[in-house]
Design a protein around this ligand. Structure first.
Ligand SMILES: Cc1ncc(COP(=O)(O)O)c(C=O)c1O
Length: 398
């Protein structure tokens, strides 16, 4: 049977990372990867994570199965982190999932089973995995406009017109709460309020992917779009990932949270989430969630963690400024200041696939063919080389 299996197309971004690893050039720069990097180019374990793990090692006394919905203290702390005092936490059915990806899939499976034929609108563009996850669960994935023609800002009127005209009651709409991947372009709070009104009017349900809390403007500030949605919409699905803000990529820590109109619906919602999990991976892994629970439930560690998240965000923001200044200094006739308005690790640079190839082949600089760059892959010591190479590339290709 297996001899009939064709080879699946490779993941384009991981393929570039492989090519980068094999590239022998000493000055090579990788701006393709989806993880945070320090100035030195490493993805270290956060100091608070190390401290929590030591505590865990000394106190953990079982590796027995977790409840299907996961670590209960973790879930309580996560619901607090995400929703703060913006709603009655009794309205939230929450389950721990393997990363944000697991949360998206469990949420989608639950919806697809009980509401077959449901559609979920995706921004164009969106994180490459969104389409695959939702389609694998059996949902249809129409797309709404998101990016302006010059690829540097939000096409807000296009987005609203699209959803207003073609959205139907009961449709889900996938939204990035902050730090839109791949563009780095987020709606303003005023625009979020309009989006929220639109969904309430159309009876469409926000499905919020919250993978970068803390990487935009701050841990609390980044939740404001979600609160704006909650203010007008009684039902919301939220998928959190703690891969980025805790640096726990490989521990697979996330949560799916279903907000119902009132607390009387929560038990049924949770029972259905449990069913979706049971027939998938049965119950979640313990280690990452225990680590997060220790940090969020200890005032000192939590404050230290907040500072670590602030430091990651500030480094990214500094790299944006440094890059814009560096590009100005090259004298090239192209303004990159739009990058300062974008949030999070990723940005659309405005470079095209031919230019991405040129940079890779001529200079050993790796960016995604769509022009997406990981700003966290930049560093002060390589900034001049990077900017000069991009300027040379623009001159050579336009
Ligand atoms: C927009 C978005 N959603 C979800 C995820 C999934 O994160 P995780 O690694 O926790 O599964 C990512 C990771 O890159 C992402 O960029």
């Amino acid at each position: 049977m297996f001899e009939y299996l064709p080879i699946a197309p490779p993941d384009s971004i991981l393929g570039l990372s492989d090519a980068f690893a094999k590239d022998p050039r000493p000055g090579k720069i990788n701006l393709t990867v989806g993880v945070y990097k320090t100035e030195e180019g490493s993805t270290p374990i956060l100091a608070t994570v190390k401290k929590a793990e030591i505590k865990l090692l000394n106190t953990e006394n079982t590796k027995g199965y977790m409840p299907i919905e996961g670590h209960l203290e973790y879930l309580k702390a996560v619901v607090g982190l995400v929703f703060s005092d913006q709603l009655d936490h009794g309205r939230v059915a929450a389950a721990q999932t393997p990363g944000g990806t697991g949360a998206l899939r469990v949420g989608a499976d639950m919806v697809a089973k009980h509401f077959p034929g449901t559609r979920i609108w995706l921004s164009n563009p969106t994180w490459a995995n969104h389409g695959s996850i939702f389609q694998a669960a059996g949902l249809d994935t129409p797309v709404y406009k998101y990016l302006s023609a010059d690829k540097t800002s939000l096409d807000f009127s296009g987005m609203v017109e699209n959803l207003e005209r073609d959205g139907r009651p009961g449709d889900l709409v996938c939204l990035h709460a902050c730090c839109h991947n791949p563009t780095g372009i987020d709606p303003s709070l005023e625009q979020w309020a309009q989006i929220s009104d639109l969904f309430a009017k159309k009876k469409m349900i926000p499905f919020v992917d919250f993978a970068y809390q803390g990487f935009g403007d701050g841990l609390m500030e980044d939740a404001k779009p979600l609160y704006s949605l909650l203010a007008k919409n009684p039902e919301v699905i939220v998928c959190s990932s703690f891969s980025k803000n805790f640096g726990l990529y490989s521990e697979r820590v996330g949560a799916v949270m279903l907000v119902s109109a009132d607390a009387s619906r929560t038990e049924a919602a949770l029972s259905q989430i449990r069913q979706a999990i049971r027939c998938n991976y049965s119950n979640p892994p313990r280690h990452g969630a225990s680590t997060v629970a220790i940090i969020l439930n200890d005032a000192t560690l939590r404050a230290e963690w907040n500072a670590e998240v602030d430091a990651m965000r500030n480094r990214i923001s500094q790299m944006r400024s440094m890059f814009i200044d560096g590009m100005k200094k090259t004298g090239i006739d192209r303004d990159f200041s739009f990058l300062q308005r974008q949030k999070g690790m990723f940005s659309y640079s405005g470079l095209n696939s031919m230019q991405a190839d040129w940079l890779k082949n001529e200079r050993g600089i790796y960016i995604v063919g769509t022009g997406r760059i990981n700003v966290a892959g930049m560093a002060p010591q390589t900034m001049e080389t990077l900017c000069q190479s991009i300027a040379d590339c623009i001159k050579a290709t336009t």
